[in-house]
Design a protein around this ligand. Structure first.
Ligand code: SOE
Length: 366
């Protein structure tokens, strides 16, 4: 059976997921057959060009009309567009992949997770960094007890695309449209990795800052206010008493897409950086220093799909892995993670960090 996929959104994430869908037949022949059936957007001219370039059969400017003609719905729109189309698809029994963060608000994320629970079909929150072989290897090491009892997790996601105060305003700078800034856009990824590798976030103490509070629109003299954080930091307690330290910034000059984590346990430690995503730095009991492991070898769950050991992969391949796993779950009716329940768990942590910043005290994540 060929799965007809409908995709809302055709810019950055539209390209990342369309590329992933296109790579599946060649590199993951056991993946479900998928047709890039319909691409949804508002600007007809841009949409038609994108559909042609990204390999979609048809286009539509009304997501309401496509939900009944597809087998899977991808919501790759801005955060404020995540809830209604995803809920409508789930109510029609259509599995949904939604980009992260799950929603622009905790209430919307709760509505989406409830709809997913009622629909009983696979859902995905697109935390693609879980599908980095080095992260999968790290999870195996932790589960095998190689690091002993985990005491500390720290994660940072640093970018610098907003350092220039004249960088234009976008929906990512608006609380109504995005929900939060670096916190939800970047911190969501780190919080998801903490949940995947160590455990749930139980309580947080957050700090948010906005460094530039208005930005130009349309290249002119007019400006719009920035109503979200440019950077955040948070202390956290994770399940099992693990100490957590989180931060993200869009003003970290010199850092382009630098997502890194460190985990310290009673018998060892590990370090990972997205800028060296094929490697994991590992220190095991008795080692005098960290060993840098090139993960593209037998420990890499996806190596047989790509190239021989040592032939490294890139950022885009994480989307291929993510799409392979999600679409396989759709075809087989299997449970998939990270799903909307995982997306809601991250949204609860994001909301608690914002509440903590407002109240100046620790907040529980419920
Ligand atoms: C922000 O610029 C961004 O595109 C995030 O939205 C993505 O989730 C991240 O993977 C790369 O950076």
């Amino acid at each position: 059976m060929t799965l007809k996929v409908g995709v809302l959104g055709y810019r950055f994430m539209g390209k990342a997921h369309a590329n992933a869908l296109a790579r599946l037949p060649m590199f993951f022949p056991d993946a479900p057959d998928v047709e890039r059936h319909v691409l949804v957007g508002r600007d007809e001219e841009a949409l038609t060009e994108a559909a042609d370039r990204l390999g979609f059969a048809t286009t539509s400017t009304e997501w309401e009309k496509v939900i009944d003609e597809v087998d899977v719905f991808y919501n790759l729109g801005p955060n404020f567009v995540h809830a209604d189309p995803s809920i409508a698809a789930l109510e029609a029994g259509v599995p949904v992949l939604c980009e992260k963060p799950l929603a622009a608000s905790l209430s919307d994320a709760e509505r989406m997770a409830d709809a997913a629970e009622s629909a009983g079909v696979p859902t995905a929150t697109a935390f693609n960094y879980r599908f980095i072989p080095a992260i999968q290897y790290a999870k195996g090491l932790i589960e095998d007890g190689e690091l002993g009892e985990i005491h500390q997790f720290s994660g940072r996601y640093l970018q610098d695309w907003l350092v220039d105060p004249d960088a234009p305003w976008s929906w990512r700078n608006d609380e109504e449209l995005a929900g939060s800034g670096a916190l939800g856009d970047l911190g969501a990824h780190t919080i998801d990795l903490a949940r995947f590798l160590v455990g749930d976030i139980e309580r947080v103490s957050g700090h948010l800052r906005t460094f530039v509070d208005e930005r130009p629109i349309d290249g002119g003299a007019d400006t719009k206010p920035v109503t979200v954080d440019d950077a955040y930091s948070a202390q956290a307690e994770l399940e099992g008493g693990v100490m957590g330290t989180f931060e993200a910034s869009r003003f970290a000059t010199g850092h382009k897409n630098d997502h890194s984590i460190e985990i310290h346990g009673s018998k060892g430690s590990l370090k990972f950086s997205l800028e060296r995503l094929n490697e994991l730095e590992l220190l095991r009991e008795g080692d005098r220093g960290y060993e840098t492991i090139l993960v593209t070898d037998e420990d890499d769950p996806y190596i047989d799909h790509w190239w021989p050991p040592g032939h490294v992969i890139g950022w885009e391949h994480t989307f291929v892995h993510e799409n392979y796993e999600f679409l396989s779950a759709v075809e087989n009716g299997d449970e998939y993670h990270p799903n909307f329940a995982d997306g809601l768990a991250v949204q609860k942590a994001l909301d608690a960090i914002e509440r903590s910043d407002e109240r100046g005290e620790w907040e529980s994540v419920e």
